[in-house]
Design a protein around this ligand. Structure first.
Ligand SMILES: Nc1ncnc2c1ncn2[C@@H]1O[C@H](COP(=O)(O)OP(=O)(O)OP(=O)(O)O)[C@@H](O)[C@H]1O
Ligand SMILES: [Mg+2]
Length: 269
């Protein structure tokens, strides 16, 4: 739970590391917020979230990227192709629960910020007994990983890639109730969290159930056709405790940096 501040300058914020966007968000996202990163396929949801964690790890923070769908080699290769240097942070890949204690020791021993990548797909394959694997509550496995890292080391930021994959894996019987407790859990952990939400191309909804109301913020990424051009765009749908500009910005990744431009204007006219 966040503590009550005496004045607005005491609210600590995490940058989105999108140049031109943080300036329209009072400097960034309030620490401890749970933010939906919503977008259709290929809108750079994973990249934008990774970019935040990488830059925060460079500042000495401990950041956890938990992937359910895309394998860790695929994600890392994508990031290397974008120019990220994994040697600048302490990168710890968790892909086998049998090694969990060694992985935790690597976190504790590190002098640099930590970037932890947890590949749940790999962990599932390691659980060779199909019956055990299928009956296991993967949500509980994920919660225990988060809890243990927080307890044994520290944990500042968390990305879940993606909520949609978690629903498929967990086959919740009462998704709205389960979801409420997931949000409660993250709030208790006091970790700034980004939940990736895969949404339809028409942007008719930001999430599947009540996540848009439960979350503290929603950032919407999209690919917008204009004649024969496609423009990457980003906007803030909501951000609690923040006076933000809700205009739509063009989003570009150039020279190793995300940049938001032309808020409220049409760059192609
Ligand atoms: N420099 C770059 N290197 C690699 N990919 C880039 C680069 N710039 C833009 N991209 C684009 O990023 C897109 C993928 O980004 P990312 O995986 O973050 O998107 P996503 O929204 O998470 O996708 P998915 O829906 O598959 O999860 C690709 O379509 C790719 O063309
Ligand atoms: Mg992705």
């Amino acid at each position: 739970m966040p503590s009550i501040v005496r004045n607005k300058d005491e609210i600590k914020r995490i940058k989105t590391y999108i140049k031109g966007f943080d300036e329209n968000l009072q400097g960034g996202i309030p620490e401890g917020h749970i933010v939906l990163m919503a977008g259709s396929a290929g809108t750079m949801k994973s990249s934008v979230c990774f970019n935040i964690l990488y830059n925060e790890a460079l500042q000495g923070k401990t950041c956890l990227y938990l992937t359910l769908e895309q394998s860790y080699p695929s994600l890392i290769n994508h990031c290397i192709n974008m120019g990220y240097d994994f040697t600048k942070v302490n990168t710890v890949i968790m892909r086998d629960l049998g090694n969990f204690h060694n992985d935790l020791a690597k976190l504790k021993a590190s002098q640099k910020g930590n970037l932890i990548m947890v590949d749940v797909g790999c962990i599932r394959k390691e659980v060779k007994d199909v019956k055990v694997s299928e009956n296991r509550s993967w949500l509980n496995v994920i919660k225990n990983i988060v809890k243990k890292i927080k307890a044994e080391s520290k944990l500042d930021l968390f990305v879940l890639d993606s909520l949609s994959a978690l629903y498929v894996l967990s086959r919740f019987e009462t998704p709205r109730i389960e979801l409420f407790y997931i949000f409660e859990f993250l709030r208790d952990m006091n970790v700034t969290s980004f939940l990736i939400s895969e949404i339809p191309i028409d942007g008719s909804r930001y999430a599947e159930y009540d996540e848009d109301f439960l979350s503290d913020g929603i950032i919407h990424l999209r690919l917008t056709p204009f004649r024969r051009n496609i423009v990457r765009e980003v906007s803030v749908v909501k951000m609690r405790t923040t006076a933000c500009n809700n205009d739509v910005f063009s989003l570009e990744f150039k020279n190793g940096q995300f940049v938001a431009m032309y808020g409220g204007q049409n760059p192609l006219l």
